[in-house]
Write a protein that binds this ligand. Sequence first.
Ligand code: GDP
Ligand code: MG
Length: 721
Amino acid sequence: MTNLLVGLAGNPNSGKSTLFNALTGARQRVGNFPGVTVARHEGAVCRRDAVINLVDLPGIYSLSAFSEEEVVARHFIMDEKPHLLVDIADATALERSLYLWVQLRELGLRTVLVVNMMDELHRSGRLLDCARLSSLLGIPVVPTVARKETGLTQLLDAVVQAAQGAPPPPLVIAYGPELDWMIEELARKIERNDFLTTFYPARLAAIKYLEEDGPILTQGRREHPQLSAEIEELARQYSLRCRSSFGESSASLITDYRYRYISSILGRGVLSTDSHIRRLNLTDAVDLALTHWLIGPVVMLMVLYATFWLTISLGNAPMGWIESLFGLLGDLGREYVPAGLLQSLLVSGVIDGVGAVLGFVPLIALMFLAVSFLEDSGYMARMAYMLDRLFRMFGLHGYSIMAFIVSGGIGGGCAVPGVMAARNLRSPREKIATVLTAPFMSCGAKMPVFTLLAAAFFPGYVTGTLFWITLASWGFVFVAAKLLRTTIIAGPSTPFLMELPPYRLPTCKGLLLHAWERVWQYVRKAGTLILAVSILLWAAMTYPGLPEQRRQHYDHAAATIRDRNDLSAEEQSAELAALEAGRAEETIRHSSAGRIGQALEPISTLAGFDWRTNIALVGGLAAKEVIVSTLGTAYSLGDIDLENSGMLAQRLAQSPEFTKITAVSLILFSMLYAPCFVTVIAIGREIGIRWALFSVVFNTSFAYLAAVLFYQTATALISLA
Ligand code: GDP
Ligand code: MG
C-alpha cells in the first residue's frame, strides 16, 4: 500500500468541498491549519493499492500570500510537500481558474487538473476538449460534475497514476522581451550563489522577487541577508524600469503574461461553441440586452429601484406589527414596573432602544432575500461587468465590485465581509482605495437609520429616498476613491478579467438559507452588542441625575400646580406634563452623554445636528444600529406624554429641532462617517492598523464636509427663496 498526501486546491466556489465530500464521504476529520483559524478538512480514500489522504485547502485565486487563505495554502504546499495537487477549475471560468494552476506548475508541482461544473458549461452551449487541453498542458485533465458525483473514479485513477510517474520539470512560460532578460539576470545570480534553491527553482525565485512576493523575501532574508538585499535592490530597479517604460510594475506585467499564456492555450481549439445549442442559448440572447451600453444601465437602475420598492411595500406591514408589539411591551413595563430607574432602564433603554432596531427585521430579511436572488441568479456578475469601466475611471478595479456589493451596494450588506472581499485585489493601492470606501455602502445596520429618517420626513416617498441614497453612496465612493488615488495612493491600474456565469434560477432553499443566516446575525447582534451599548448609552443619558436643588425646584413646581384650584383637571395634567417634559430634557442635558453631545454642538450645528443627534452619532461608532436605538432612547426619555408615545418616526417628525434638511444632512453623515468598530478592526487586519485609524479620521472628515456643505447650501437656498 502506498500512502499519498494530496491537496485539493482551487478558486473559491469551484466545487472543492463538494468534490471532497463526494470522494471521502463520512471518512473525514476536521482540524485547523497550524496557527490560524482556517478549518482543515482531511479524509482518506482507497483506490487500487494506494491510500489517498485528501486535504481540502481554502479557496484561493493565486499563491501570492496576500490573504490568510493564500498563506495557509502556500504553507501546506511548501512545508507538507504533498505528492500531488488536484487543482479544481470551474469550467465556466477556465481562464481565471487556470491562473492558479500556472503558479502551481511554475513551482514544479505534480498536478492533476479537474474541470468541474461541466454541466454548467454544456448548458451554456460550450464544449471543452479535455484531451486537447491535457496534451497542451502536459498533465492529466479530468472533467467532473461534483454535484452529481460523475468523474470521481477517473479522477482517483489519474491521481494514483500521476503520483507514480517521475516529477515533471517546472513550467516555463515566456514573459516577453521586457521581462525575460530581467528574470534570467536574477535567476543567474540566484543560481550562482545556490540561493533558496532547495525550495524554489531559480527561475521561479527570480519571478517571485520581481513580484515582491512576501514569503520568499522573508525566507531569503533569513537564509542570506546580504545577498537577499542585493537581489531585492536589483528587482526594485527592474520594477522601476518597467514602470517608467510600460507604466506598470513588474508584478502586474507578470500577471498579464500569465493570462496571455492561458488565453493562448485556450485559443487553440480547446473551447468551442456547440453550434447546435448555440441557437437555443438563452443566456447569450438575454445578455445582449442586459449588458447593452444603454439598455443595460437602465435595467440595472430599474432592478435597484424594484428591489427597494418590493422590500418596502412588503416589509411595511410586518414592521408595523413588530413596532406595535414593542409599543405594547413598553406600555406593560410602564404599567407594571414601579416608576423609577428600573422602569426607565427597561422601557427607555431596553425596549425602546433594542425594539427600534428589531423593528427592522422584516425589512432586512426581504433585502437579504432580494440580494441573494440577484447574486445566485447571475445578474450580479452582469452588474459587475457593466460597472467595471466606470470603476477603472476612478482608480478602482473590476474585482472591487464584490467588496462594494457585499458591503451593501444594493442595500443590506455588511462592511466586515465586504472589506475581506477586497482580498482578491492584487494591487495594494486599489485594495486600499476599495477597503477605505466600501464602508460608505448602505449596510444592514444603516438601512434602518435611512428608512427611519425617510419614513419620518419623506413619508410616501420612502422607496425613492432609499434609491437616491444608494446612488449617492456610489457617487461618494467614486469621489473619495478618485481623491485618494490621485493623492496619497496614486498609481496605475491593473488588468481585469472576468467571465459571466450562465443565468441560473436560484433554488428556494438556497435563498432562504442565505437570507436566514444574515437575518440571524442581525438579530443576534441586536440581542448582544446593541443591547449592551443601548444600556450603556441609557446609563450615560441618565447619570448623573439632576442636582438636588433642581430636583426640589421641579417637585415644588409640581406641587404648586396640583394645589391650584383655578385649573380644571385637564388643564392641570397638561401643565404637569409640560413640566415633566422640561425635567426630562434637563436631566438628559445634565447627563454625561448630554454633556458630550453639547460639547460637540458648536461644530455639529454647522451640519445641523443638535446635541441629541450627537449622542446617537457617537453611539453609532460602536455599531450603526445604535444610531436608531439611541434616538429611540433619547426621544423616549424626553417623552413622558403617554398619550402621544407613538412610533419613533412620528416623534422625530414632530420634534422642532428636526427638519427635512437636517434629516438629509444626518443621512449623508451617517452614510459616510467612521466605519463601525468591528469594521475598523477588519480594516486593520486587512491593510494594517495605520490605515484603519486613517479610515476613522478620513471618513469622518469626508462625512462632515459633505454634511456641512449640504446643510449650509440648502439653508442658504431656502432663505433666499
Ligand atoms: P468550494 O468553495 O470550492 O468549496 O465550492 P463548493 O463545493 O462549496 O461549491 C460551490 C457551489 O457550486 C455549491 O453550490 C455546489 O453545489 C455547486 N457545485 C459544485 N460542483 C458542481 C457541479 O459540478 N455542477 C454544478 N452545477 N454545481 C456545482
Ligand atoms: Mg469549500
